[in-house]
Design a protein around this ligand. Structure first.
Ligand code: SAM
Length: 294
């Protein structure tokens, strides 16, 4: 994040964008926190100014206050907010980003469920960005089920606040260089070249197992409950303060079926222990919590 912010700082100097004074920065940071939960400390001011400033100029506003007022103005403001959020969120991700956690799902969580005779599995990637995490989970589960000779059905849902990121996920098309993150066997089974382009596509069979929807994780308590076997939430909580992290984790726990797992990124521990969950102690470095069965 620091290198990206430095680049933004350099870009800001070169861009000739107007100065954002302290009052304006406080207003923008507060708007962002209210609507997305993300905290914007002063050291990330150049990131905020560049993101807001460049978008503001694209849509024809010359000053931050006028653009801020526009964002509060009904339907047009809401549409513009959706576009701005894409600029203000960090979408960095990759296939098989956390191999240990993926392996834990495939080698432990999945066989446990198959052994219990479960014939349907639901997984959820929260803050899924452009979909690499969703397809990683789908590839691992499809492969694990095949290895265990199981005919269980499964689905992976990806949610994110960014519509633009979700549309990439829905397309299932990625630059060819991203293939190197995917194990060879999974490349052969689940990926195909896009003719005439330096891109590959996730094969239709796997794309049918996933779906994408917009959801602000701050609203997790209001989201419809479809009991999940595994909720995967990585590299999202880091953007929130401790109280919000705790509230989000407690909200996610409500969506787990008894015995279901919440898997966070290593080192993303919330301060207190998630209320309704118990820590999985045999998962090595993987930060996993289970909803007790009773
Ligand atoms: C750094 S990416 C993490 C992607 C993926 N989980 C991974 O670990 O590779 C963080 C994602 O969280 C999303 N995000 C940020 N605030 C959010 C919110 N309030 N609700 C839902 N998604 C949010 C961003 O749009 C971004 O795509």
């Amino acid at each position: 994040m620091a290198a990206a912010d430095q680049q933004r700082g350099d870009l800001l100097q070169a861009s000739g964008l107007p100065e954002m004074d302290d009052r304006q920065f406080a207003c923008w940071a507060s708007l962002l926190e209210r609507r997305t939960g993300m905290t914007m400390p002063p050291e990330r001011k150049s990131f905020l100014v560049t993101s807001v400033g460049l978008r503001m100029r694209e849509v024809g506003f010359q000053d931050y206050d006028a653009y801020y007022r526009h964002l509060q103005s009904g339907v047009a403001g809401n549409l513009e907010w959706a576009a701005l959020v894409d600029r203000l969120t960090v979408h960095e991700t990759r296939f098989f980003r956390d191999p240990a956690a993926v392996q834990y799902v495939a080698d432990t969580a999945l066989p446990e469920r198959i052994d219990h005779g479960q014939d349907e599995l639901s997984l959820w990637s929260v803050g899924c960005s452009t979909g690499e995490e969703v397809y990683t989970l789908a590839m691992s589960v499809a492969d694990g089920l095949a290895r265990h000779g199981s005919t269980a059905r499964f689905g992976v849902t990806g949610t994110d606040i960014s519509l633009q990121a979700l549309s990439v996920g829905r397309s299932g098309v990625y630059p060819a260089r991203r293939l190197r993150d995917i194990p060879q066997t999974a490349q052969a089974a689940f990926c195909e070249p896009v003719p005439g382009q330096n891109h590959f596509r996730i094969k239709a069979g796997l794309r049918r197992r996933v779906c994408f929807a917009q959801m602000n994780v701050l609203n997790v308590h209001q989201a419809r409950r479809l009991p999940m076997d595994i909720i995967y939430c990585q590299n999202l909580l880091i953007y929130f303060d401790w109280a919000r992290r705790q509230a989000i984790v407690d909200g996610l726990a409500q969506h787990l079926r008894p015995g279901g797992l919440l898997i966070l990124g290593a080192g993303e521990l919330v301060r207190g222990h998630p209320e309704q969950l118990e820590r999985v102690t045999d998962a090595g470095d993987v930060l996993a919590f289970r909803r007790p069965t009773q």
